[in-house]
Design a protein around this ligand. Structure first.
Ligand code: FE
Length: 336
């Protein structure tokens, strides 16, 4: 009896030890707690694997990863914008992940060609206009907003935000630097007022009649219209002529990669694969009114109501590669 008890206790202790050693993933997240906690809770419920996380802005998180080096407790970095993920890979903070699941679930234009990061949700940066002042038939493309008939009618967010740097980087991919510069110069010539610190303020200016059109990520539109449904604002999907090589709405991602010195690499890859799966994709995208990165999954009803659109399918990694060029271009044309 005594021997049996000892064996039993040994088994219990071994079990506890094993779970303590293997069943945790540590995430550094630039996405805030309210967006990721429900997701990680669901993962832990399903798998028994605990997810510890800290949240901060991407700058401090990258600095922390760099400073911690091989001693970092982080297994996964989660952030928004391909520009930021590309930067993390560039600074050697991530490692390649070979995963058939991720390759299958995430389209190639939404992940790093070197497999160091993967898009998990898609954000569309599109046109928002004031329907009292603009007919949708007057709108067509990002490029067209550089035409002189939009003089004094355009509002933009500041060029300091990575979203706009990525957008301009993608214009360089499509048009080359000279033509992209002419387009962005045209936008600046058409500004009604100095650029705004955020997308919401730019839309409020459109609603207030200060300008007629702006460019924003759709989840900001969704949030603002939830609060103030009577604002005169509407979404437009530009560049939908499908034969055009520049076709498609500009999209960016929020995504994640496995850190270079991950201690729980296997567990972290499992979490990343789970985040790309049907179960997690709805939760991950819906909670911030974004689009699932996995094309097999439909967006929420609220987001679906904004209508279908074709995405631009140029590799989003270009947003990182051309970020410095984009920033210099914006500087040259006086985009503040
Ligand atoms: Fe945002």
């Amino acid at each position: 009896m005594k021997l049996f008890f000892c064996r039993f206790m040994a088994m219990v202790l071994t079990g506890l030890f094993a779970s303590a050693v293997h069943a945790t993933v540590v995430v550094y997240s630039a996405r805030n707690e309210q967006l990721i906690k429900p997701l990680f809770d669901a993962y832990t419920r399903e798998t028994g694997i605990a997810v510890k996380f800290i949240t901060d802005k991407e700058g401090p998180l990258l600095a922390r990863l760099k400073a911690e080096g091989a001693n970092t407790p982080a297994d996964m970095l989660m952030t928004v914008d391909a520009g930021n993920l590309w930067q993390a890979a560039q600074e050697d903070l991530l490692q390649p992940v070979v995963s058939a699941t991720l390759r299958q679930n995430i389209p190639s234009h939404l992940r790093d060609p070197g497999n160091q990061w993967f898009g998990l949700s898609v954000r569309a940066r599109t046109v928002v206009y004031n329907p009292v002042k603009v007919k949708p038939s007057e709108l067509s493309s990002y490029e067209d907003l550089a035409a002189s008939r939009w003089k004094g009618r355009l509002c933009l967010r500041t060029s300091k935000k990575v979203y706009n740097q990525s957008l301009v980087a993608m214009l360089i991919t499509e048009h080359g630097e000279d033509k992209a510069e002419k387009i962005v110069k045209g936008w600046i010539d058409n500004l009604a007022t100095t650029p705004f610190p955020d997308d919401t303020k730019a839309m409020e200016a459109v609603a207030a009649g200060i300008c007629d059109v702006t460019l924003v990520n759709t989840y900001y539109f969704g949030r603002l219209m939830e609060k103030k449904p009577d604002l005169p604002l509407a979404l437009f999907w530009p560049n939908q002529k499908l034969k055009d090589p520049t076709a498609g709405v500009h999209v960016n991602i929020s995504g994640a990669g496995i850190t270079r010195y991950a201690k729980n690499k296997g567990e972290a890859i499992k979490l990343l694969e789970w985040l790309s799966s049907a179960k997690a994709q709805n939760l991950y995208a819906d909670i911030n009114l974004e689009y699932p990165a996995n094309p097999a999954i439909k967006p929420s009803l609220q987001v679906t109501a904004w209508g279908d659109f074709k995405q631009n399918t140029n590799p989003i990694s270009e947003a990182g590669r051309l970020q410095v060029k984009a920033t210099m271009l914006m500087d040259r044309v006086g985009y503040k």
